[in-house]
Design a protein around this ligand. Structure first.
Ligand SMILES: [Zn+2]
Length: 237
């Protein structure tokens, strides 16, 4: 009993926000800045979660096309851009549509390693099922990755904090479309109580030479210079 309580007290949950092709791939409809670097950090964080058996809750944008009259041009239902990046998908997962319901199976996080919830709006808490799950779930710490810093990630972080949760933003595994707005968003999340860390603190540095998801020229190249000193420093430890 006590062991179970202690175990629960230490629980971390990875919140994976909109890690979809339209946001993270060079040919996506709303590709983030520095997508190569963010993709490679994201991959390491997901590998770490897999290894450490950290439950993953993923929110996924999904907008109806409405015969070409959708309010947004990205993450439209049935398009490749709406799909999640393959290494953000765990084998044992369950997925829910954005249908306005709040039903959730009993013991869901015991049965599944990853819960994917779709949304049709920026703020994930506007979706009743996401609101219910994130309000009811207990964890010591909610770790956030994904995109974009200035909209869904910010809404996610602030919503969790409002519900009394501890939030940690893995800053280098967060993508953004607008530099100025994302800096403001990060500052606001921090001011409201979010902790900021870099992915290497959790997942170490990488020996991976390629990003392995996006097929653009930048992603197919060897590691960029910005990452080289980090890898060298780690090798000497
Ligand atoms: Zn790329």
């Amino acid at each position: 009993m006590i062991r179970a309580l202690l175990k629960r007290r230490r629980r971390q949950i990875l919140i994976d926000v909109s890690t979809q092709k339209d946001f993270f791939f060079a040919d996506g409809k709303a590709c983030i800045r520095n997508h190569r670097r963010v993709l490679s950090n994201l991959r390491r964080v997901l590998a770490w979660a897999r290894l450490k058996h950290i439950p993953v809750i993923s929110t996924c944008d999904s907008y109806p096309d409405n015969n070409g009259k959708s309010a947004v041009n990205y993450c439209l239902d049935g398009t490749t851009g709406q799909e999640k990046i393959h290494y953000t998908l765990l084998e044992n997962r369950i997925s829910f549509p954005a249908d306005g319901n709040t039903d959730l199976p009993r013991d869901m996080l015991k049965k599944y390693r990853q819960v994917i919830l779709h949304k049709r709006c920026i703020d994930p808490f506007s979706e009743p099922r996401i609101d219910r799950l994130l309000t009811e779930i207990n964890a010591t710490n909610f770790l956030l990755v994904g995109a974009s810093a200035e909209d869904t990630v910010q809404a996610m972080a602030l919503g969790l904090i409002q519900r009394g949760k501890n939030v940690t933003i893995i800053t280098d595994a967060i993508g953004s479309l607008n530099k100025k707005q994302s800096e403001l968003a990060i500052r606001k999340m921090k001011a409201k109580g979010a902790k900021l860390i870099e992915s290497k603190k959790l997942a170490g540095t990488t020996h991976l030479k390629k990003v392995g998801a996006c097929k653009c020229q930048t992603c197919s190249k060897q590691p960029d210079l910005a990452q080289a000193p980090v890898a060298t420093a780690a090798a000497h430890n």
